[in-house]
Structure formats: C-alpha cells, structure tokens
Design a protein around this ligand. Structure first.
Ligand SMILES: Nc1ncnc2c1ncn2[C@@H]1O[C@H](COP(=O)(O)OP(=O)(O)OP(=O)(O)O)[C@@H](O)[C@H]1O
Length: 258
C-alpha cells in the first residue's frame, strides 16, 4: 500500500519508479528525508542510488529516455507539478557531484554565479558578502582569501570540491544532494569534506550517495539501503550498521556482496 506523503519530511517519495527505456531502474520507492539530517544512500553499484538522488532535483529530466512516476514532494509541494519552475527548484535543491566541477572562472565568480543569475544581491557589497560567507561556510575562506581572482580550476581536488559546495550554498538551498562527493579526494581532503557535511547539517538537509560504508556511518543520521532498484531498508544509521533488519542489508554491510 502506498502511504500519503509525510508532512513532516523535507522530501517525501511515494511509489517512485524510474524507467530508462525498458530498464526499470527504481522500483516503488517510499522514502522520507528528514530536515536537518544527513541521509546516506548506500548499496551495490547500479542499485539506483544516483537515480533516486536525481529525482529530487529533476536532473532525470535531462536524460532523454528516463521516465519518472510516483509522488515526490519538497515541503509538501509536488516536485513534478507542471507549474514548478525547475530553475527555482534547483536553487532550493543544490547538487555536488562526484568529480569537482568548478566553472572555468575565478574562485569569486564560481561562487557568485548562482546569486548573480538568481538576482540575490542588490549591489556589489551584497554579492561580496554572499561569496565570502559561502566560502567561510564551506571551510575554504582562509585558504583562498588572497586569491579570489585566480581560477577555481587551479585549486587542489579537495579545495575544488569545497568550492563546489560553496557554490551550492551561495544560493541558500534548503537541501543539498551529494553524489559520491569524496570519491575523487584523498583521505585528508575527504576528512575535511566529511567534517563540513556534519557542520552543514545544522542549516541544511543533506542526501549523500556513498560507496563507503565507513563514510555513511561517519556522516549520516539515517541510512537507506538500495538493492536492484528497490529500497530494502531505511533506518537510523546506527541501527543499519549494528542491527540491520533485512538479510540483504546484513549481507552488504558485512561485505558478503556488493
Ligand atoms: N541514462 C541511463 N540509461 C539507461 N540506463 C541507465 C541510465 N542511467 C542509469 N541507468 C541504469 O539504471 C540502474 C541504476 O543506475 P544508478 O546510476 O542510479 O545506480 P547507482 O546505484 O548510483 O550506481 P553506482 O553506485 O555504480 O553509481 C543501472 O542499472 C544503470 O545501468
């Protein structure tokens, strides 16, 4: 039985299905994402984690053969409503990708890009303020304060990823989607980004796809385990890793498959 979307959830998914042509990639997913928490999506390669993530900001719209059905709401509002402005939606729901992808622009302009296109600053002083605050929140300001005019692509991989997080934050999103944000980073840069995720949860809701169970255990409060397109189990992270209810979850977290 499909339950009604939860009013308490930041994002509520009910009977969400995604097909890529004939391929049924996501099957009847019911999942609530709670506000001001980090929710980790885990599961073996190809199980549909990224597909689910892309449903939330309608990135699947850009994939020609993708078809999404079911109900997805953000604060109770239908994400797939015909009246929804997708550009506005993506300002509310930011995204950070696997590979840091700064624009070929200066550090300052990378962060100022979103506020400029959304008209968030009335003048240069306000824009400066947004850029500096976003860099600060992303834990990058002290490292780049003196080189804001230099290209973002000249930063280290870990710094570039924090720049992308600053860029996402600059438009004041409510939700940040992260698709394996540390997979291209070394352990030290990964630790910094994980620390940052933990701090950001105070003001944002975060959904992170990760292949690292250690990372899911370190950064998230809730964990959802997917397998072959189905959501097998969702629970508090501690429970998933200490007392999973489903044998498939148990098998995955103990490394028996995946
Ligand atoms: N554009 C596409 N066209 C056709 N099939 C796709 C497309 N994108 C994904 N798929 C298929 O849908 C399924 C789910 O893919 P998805 O990328 O969501 O999985 P994932 O769990 O994020 O995997 P990974 O951990 O390897 O990134 C896979 O079988 C994949 O091959």
């Amino acid at each position: 039985m499909t339950h009604l979307p939860s009013r308490l959830a930041k994002v509520s998914a009910r009977d969400v299905n995604v097909h890529y042509g004939e391929k049924h990639a996501l099957k009847h997913v019911d999942l609530d994402i709670r506000a001001n928490e980090v929710t980790a999506l885990i599961g073996p390669s190809g199980c549909g984690k990224s597909t689910f993530l892309r449903c939330i900001n309608r990135m699947n719209d850009q994939i020609e053969n993708a078809h999404v059905s079911g109900a997805l709401t953000l604060d109770g509002q239908d994400i797939y409503d015909k009246g929804i402005d997708v550009v506005q939606l993506r300002a509310r729901v930011g995204m950070v990708f696997q590979k840091p992808n700064p624009f070929p622009k200066s550090i300052f302009d990378n962060v100022a890009y979103g506020p400029r296109i959304h008209g968030l600053a009335r003048d240069q002083a306000e824009l400066d303020e947004i850029v500096m605050t976003s860099l600060e929140k992303a834990g990058l300001l002290t490292e780049v304060r003196d080189r804001l005019d230099e290209p973002g692509t000249g930063l280290s991989g870990g710094q570039q990823q924090r720049l992308c997080i600053a860029r996402a934050i600059a438009v004041s999103p409510e939700l940040i989607l992260m698709d394996e944000p540390c997979s291209a980073l070394d352990p030290i840069a990964t630790a910094k980004v994980e620390e940052l995720i933990d701090e950001l949860r105070e003001n944002y809701t975060i959904v992170i796809v990760t292949h690292s169970m250690q990372q899911a255990a370190r950064v998230s409060q809730r964990t959802a385990f997917f397998h072959l397109g189905e959501l097998v189990e969702v629970a508090d992270t501690e429970q998933i890793f200490t007392n999973p209810q489903h044998p498939l979850t148990q098998g995955y977290i103990t490394g028996r498959f995946g």
